[in-house]
Design a protein around this ligand. Structure first.
Ligand code: ATP
Ligand code: MG
Length: 573
């Protein structure tokens, strides 16, 4: 079992007594007069090379959340310094997902590529100060000569070029005179530094490749360490919040800004969100899409925000979850059941209840008048009386779920069986009298009787029934497709796979079951796409964002009513 991270819920910034370590730093900066509260400025800097996932949601909630709490501002900046992998499709999805989560960035969306001219100017300044040089070594030579953790690096033969020569070569690099890979601009720091990042890191590489925004304007592109601090500085970011893997880059972030006449933000690192049964890296998510293991980035089994949205997740549940996992400096793995429980709690309050039969078994109520339909009252949400009531039809022919009938009931089976009586939810008591079979011997219909005195679910003579089952009246029922989604991986740590295999081998073959003959009460078919509901006794469902049409409903299972995996895991112990 992996270590499960359990942290107390964050307090708000104003309760400084027990706030997290980032808010503590911000509080100190305000108290010392370094910044005024309203000057606090953060940013969320995704690289537009994929869709946002639940891990990004953590960064978003922290970046936007902290700025909002202090009355400050948060920028949205596309960190688009890698032309090969980036695309406008991703830019648009990122904006949409952040808005959906409920956050607003300050001013326009910003793009690192808009700062390329400024960055170039500052690079020239570093060259003039003797702090950067043009290196003609190949990428391979640079790698080898960087040394190892135990061995110092070797200086490049080009390290001591004159400032004039460096300025000339750098300008010609920019002008496109040299082929890809033939030269780089490097910072001149310390080839013997114990921090390998300090061994003359590359600042610019040559790449004759069009950029999704700047087109063919540039053929040199800045590297992350050089670019990121400048982007933050140009935007006046006060606290640059990022994940722990950047901790070792922080000295470099500071080194680059130090000699320049610019504002210096503070970089602060926190631990990444990791989830059991989930892969999170964009590279792996892209593989799932490209190899068609899922239907796309927004497949409801994906941990992407658009996938979670399509599955039926609420932004509130995601925000509550992020808050519950807390902000720490320890890398841990959070049980995905924590996320699912946040969702259940939210939907339990918000989602109206409906009747839906996923695997229909026909029932004829032999003592109910033919051609009669009556409308019964059903409560929409017992947790939330404001949601009111609705009318549901009842008649001689109904459907129940196959699973709610057993010809030979096991012990403690309180649902329908020959000679047994159950309660139909919001309806009457029903007793099974006979079982009909088709030519193959399969049960195809039940003949039952009802007790007209039990309308609404209670018997005047006080007799009790133990089971209540859901049902749908046949003549008004709408046939629907329902997709039952389950976890995409059947291993707690999908990357932990047998020798020579990778996370793909841990895919759960049963992560999707499509049922196309489900029967819904009529009100469900009239709901717009993205309606979140509970099918009573079955689970939480959401009408599909794209495929659902009134009269031709398609619902996705968001989450079961209870955590069935907890039971499965217990059994395996
Ligand atoms: P991935 O490794 O999943 O491909 P990334 O770090 O390359 O993600 P970016 O687009 O660079 O993705 O990330 C934008 C911001 O989101 C960064 O500040 C990054 O630290 C943060 N972030 C990414 N993944 C997580 C995560 N799992 N938990 C918390 N923050 C994250
Ligand atoms: Mg990244």
């Amino acid at each position: 079992m992996s270590e499960i991270e359990e942290k107390p819920v964050n307090s708000t910034a104003s309760e400084s007594a027990n706030c997290d370590f980032i808010r503590a730093i911000v509080n100190t900066d305000i108290r010392s007069g370094k910044y005024r509260s309203e000057d606090i400025r953060t940013r969320f800097p995704p690289e537009p090379n994929g869709y946002l996932h639940i891990g990004h949601a953590k960064a978003i909630c922290i970046d936007f959340g902290i700025a909002a709490e202090y009355g400050g501002k948060c920028n949205l900046r596309m960190d688009d310094t890698n032309p090969g992998k980036e695309d406008v499709e991703y830019v648009e999805s990122i904006e949409e997902d952040i808005r959906w989560l409920g956050y607003h960035w300050d001013g326009p969306v910003r793009f690192a590529s808009d700062y390329f001219p400024k960055m170039y100017e500052y690079a020239v300044l570093l060259i003039q100060k003797g702090l950067a040089y043009v290196d003609d070594q190949t990428a391979e030579e640079i790698r080898v000569n960087r040394g190892t953790l135990t061995e110092a690096g070797k200086s490049s033969p080009w390290r001591d070029r004159s400032v004039e020569e460096n300025l000339d070569l750098f300008e010609r690099m920019k002008n496109g005179e040299f082929p890809d890979g033939s030269k780089v601009l490097r910072a001149k720091i310390d080839m013997a530094s114990p921090n390998v990042n300090f061994r003359d890191p590359v600042m610019y590489r040559i790449l004759h490749m069009p950029h999704h925004r700047s087109g063919d304007q540039w053929c040199i592109y800045p590297m992350y360490d050089w670019a990121h601090g400048l982007e933050d500085s140009i935007e006046g970011i006060t606290h640059s919040l990022c994940t722990l893997e950047f901790e070792i880059h922080r000295p470099l972030y500071e080194w680059f800004l130090q000699p320049l006449p610019v504002h210096r933000p503070q970089q602060i690192e926190f631990s990444r969100l990791n989830l059991t049964y989930t892969v999170m890296s964009k590279r792996k998510l892209l593989r799932l899409v490209q190899e068609k293991h899922v239907s796309g980035w927004d497949d409801p089994r994906m941990p992407t925000l658009c996938g979670l949205r399509r599955r039926g997740y609420t932004p509130e549940a995601i925000r509550t979850f992020v808050q519950q996992t807390g902000i720490t400096k320890f890398n841990g793995i959070t049980d995905v059941a924590v996320l699912e429980n946040c969702l259940r709690e939210d939907l339990n309050k918000a989602a109206s209840r409906y009747l839906a039969v996923l695997r229909p078994l026909k029932v004829t109520i032999t003592n109910y008048p033919e051609d009669q339909v009556e409308w019964l009252d059903a409560v929409n949400n017992p947790e939330c009386p404001e949601q009111g009531t609705r009318k549901i039809p009842f008649g001689r022919e109904i459907f129940i779920d196959e699973d709610d009938f057993r010809e030979v009931p096991p012990p403690k089976y309180f649902r329908l069986a020959p000679g047994k009586e159950v309660r139909l939810r919001w309806g009457y008591f029903l007793t099974c009298q006979d079982v009909l079979r088709d030519a193959d011997g399969h049960i195809c219909e039940l003949l039952c009787t009802y007790d007209p005195a039990t309308r609404g679910g209670n018997a005047p003579d006080g007799r009790k029934v133990k089971g209540t089952i859901h049902w749908v009246e046949a003549s008004h029922a709408v046939t629907a497709t329902v997709r039952l989604y389950d976890r995409l991986f059947n291993s707690e740590n999908p990357d932990d796979s047998p020798d020579g295999q990778d996370f793909i081998s841990n895919l759960n073959p049963d992560s999707l079951t499509v049922l196309s003959n489900c029967r819904l009460e009529p009100a469900l078919a009239e709901l717009p796409p993205e309606s979140r509901v509970q099918f009573e006794r079955v689970g939480y469902f959401c009408s599909d964002r794209y495929d659902h049409q009134p009269g031709k409903p398609v619902f996705n299972r968001t989450v079961s009513l209870k955590d069935t995996w907890a039971k499965i895991e217990k059994k395996q112990l």
